[in-house]
Design a protein around this ligand. Structure first.
Ligand code: FAD
Ligand code: MLT
Ligand code: ZN
Length: 476
């Protein structure tokens, strides 16, 4: 039963967006109030789905006047619970999924202007339509949105060549917490007219405003591509191979994704129609991709480098692909880890960044520390180490036994997080490389960010959102 105030709020929102823009039935709200991992669950009186920036601004003005907290949501694929409301029933979700227009494509300026709710795969397609390339690519690209990618500063599989989302955006349009619209939709490569406001909103996880539009950078289309799978005895050897390929292949190296053998085994067990690319049993695997705007002997180049790497004892085995089907099968293995982990049970997830030169030492020390901690706690943990090696980004996860109670899982998670993240700090790394803080790492942020950095971030938050209505309980 809705009380009078909630009823009044819904009526105002109804007047702003019409019946097509509101989801009020609890059953219909379920897809919005639970996250992709099924880890967080919230409750809202209403999900609002504006069709454009003007409607978004009207919604925010109503929420500003009524002090109603807003949780902005894109594709709801985030890994840190940033898009899930709390259980108070006082917050509303603003979903951007109806804002899905490609606004403009400028092949000469190499820019694409989109609504924030455009699905990432559609943005990639719009670039392809004008023989250009939008490089952000990740496992959730069929459902995550450009706005969500910006708000989380998403990374993915092409960062080592093209950078993360922060590097791929030139301009933004944002509805501010008081309902005013900031039009920063400039497609400029150079603009030295003061503080970089755009950069503040990238990675702000819905806490400073609602991103409604963006100007994205386009690149030349890589028409030639070659892909290989290698196995290696240690992470150290894979890091050396990465360094060799970077210096020998330069910008042609567009992906270097790592999976430990345990990660691969998990995918082979839980994801259908997958099979191991090689027969041996090495400790680590990597999926490597070179690409270029023209085929300047890419396959030969990679074959030569891998053959030398084999002679030098850096890798145990290598498989080159010769068809699109083989390439897709390899990527299915890499992109299947997220799904395999969900099916495997309780996984303590991490998303850490380290200097590439420190990756092997970190993993070796973390392995020892996690084993010691789990043994002392009377349990076991299987390390599921995979990630974007080329960016120094490990998903250094720990799979717990299947029969634990939720209280035990919670306790072990806190313990393992502490062990892994303290070590990350020792190596001068980061506790979130690409997934963001959300509600998952909010408490830990205070431990790992300096008091000065926390103070500066809180002052920025207060300056933009003095009423604290934008995604409270997340990030800060
Ligand atoms: P949501 O989940 O809806 O929201 C995420 C955060 O952004 C929330 O805090 C939300 O409030 C905020 N937000 C969303 N839209 C807006 C907006 N318009 N304005 C302001 N704030 C907004 N991430 C990576 O970085 N790299 C990967 O390789 C990767 N792989 C993945 C693979 C799978 C299978 C899955 C399920 C997820 C993966 N992710 C990865 C995580 C996720 O896809 C990204 O974080 C993505 O950028 C989230 O986009 P979204 O539209 O789903 O955002
Ligand atoms: C990935 O690299 O596959 C993702 O970031 C998703 C995950 O961590 O599960
Ligand atoms: Zn990742």
């Amino acid at each position: 039963m809705l009380d009078h105030t909630t009823d009044n709020l819904i009526n105002q929102l109804l007047a702003a967006v019409g019946p097509a823009g509101l989801v009020t039935a609890t059953a219909d709200q379920a897809a919005y109030t639970t996250d992709w991992l099924g880890k967080w669950h919230g409750r809202v009186p209403v999900v609002v789905r504006p069709a454009n920036t003007t409607e978004t601004a009207a919604i925010v003005r109503i929420c500003h006047a009524t002090h109603t907290p807003i949780v902005t949501q894109g594709g709801n694929t985030g890994m840190s619970g940033g898009a899930t409301p709390d259980s108070s029933g006082a917050q509303v979700i603003v979903s951007t999924t109806r804002m899905n227009q490609i606004r403009a494509v400028d092949a000469i300026n190499n820019t694409l202007t989109v609504d924030a709710g455009v699905i990432l795969a559609r943005a990639q397609e719009a670039a392809r339509d004008v023989q250009r390339f939008f490089p952000l690519s990740l496992g959730a690209e069929g459902s995550c949105t450009v706005g969500g990618n910006l708000a989380t500063n998403a990374g993915g599989i092409a960062v080592l060549r093209y950078g993360n989302m922060r590097d791929l955006v030139l301009g933004l349009e944002v509805v501010l917490p008081d309902g005013r619209i900031w039009n920063g939709l400039r497609g400029l490569r150079k603009d030295n007219t003061g503080y970089d406001l755009r950069s503040l909103f990238v990675g702000s996880e819905g806490t400073l405003g609602i991103i409604t539009g963006a100007v994205l950078k386009l690149f030349a289309q890589p028409s030639a591509r070659t892909t290989a799978w290698v196995t290696a005895p240690s992470l150290e050897q894979l890091v050396t191979l990465l360094s060799v390929l970077r210096s020998r292949c330069g910008e042609r190296l567009t992906a270097f994704e790592m999976m430990s053998q345990d990660s691969l085994d998990l995918v082979l067990k839980h994801v259908t129609e997958t099979r191991a690319p090689t027969t041996g049993h090495s400790a680590f695997n990597a999926l490597i991709e070179l690409s270029d705007t023209e085929d300047s002997g890419l396959q030969e180049m990679l074959e030569n480098e891998l053959s030398n790497a084999m002679k030098d004892g850096l890798i145990d085995d290598a498989v080159m692909t010769s068809s699109q089907a083989q390439v897709a099968a390899l990527w299915k293995l890499r992109e299947g880890v997220s799904q395999a982990q969900v099916r495997a049970g309780a996984v303590v997830k991490h998303d850490v960044a380290l200097p590439i030169s420190a990756l092997a030492a970190f993993a070796a020390q973390a392995g020892v520390a996690v084993l010691a901690a789990t043994t002392a706690a009377g349990t076991t943990g299987r390390i599921i180490n995979f990630g974007h090696l080329g960016d120094g980004n490990l998903h250094y996860n720990v799979l717990l036994p299947a029969d634990l109670s939720s209280a035990a899982i919670h306790g072990h998670t806190l313990l393992i997080n502490r062990v892994v993240h303290d070590l990350v700090l020792d190596f001068n790394g980061s506790i979130s490389a690409e997934h963001g803080i959300g509600q998952l790492r909010r408490e830990e942020l205070r431990r790992y960010k300096s008091p000065l950095e926390m103070e500066l971030m809180l002052r920025i938050k207060r300056a933009f959102d003095p009423n604290h209505i934008m995604n409270p309980g997340k990030l800060l």
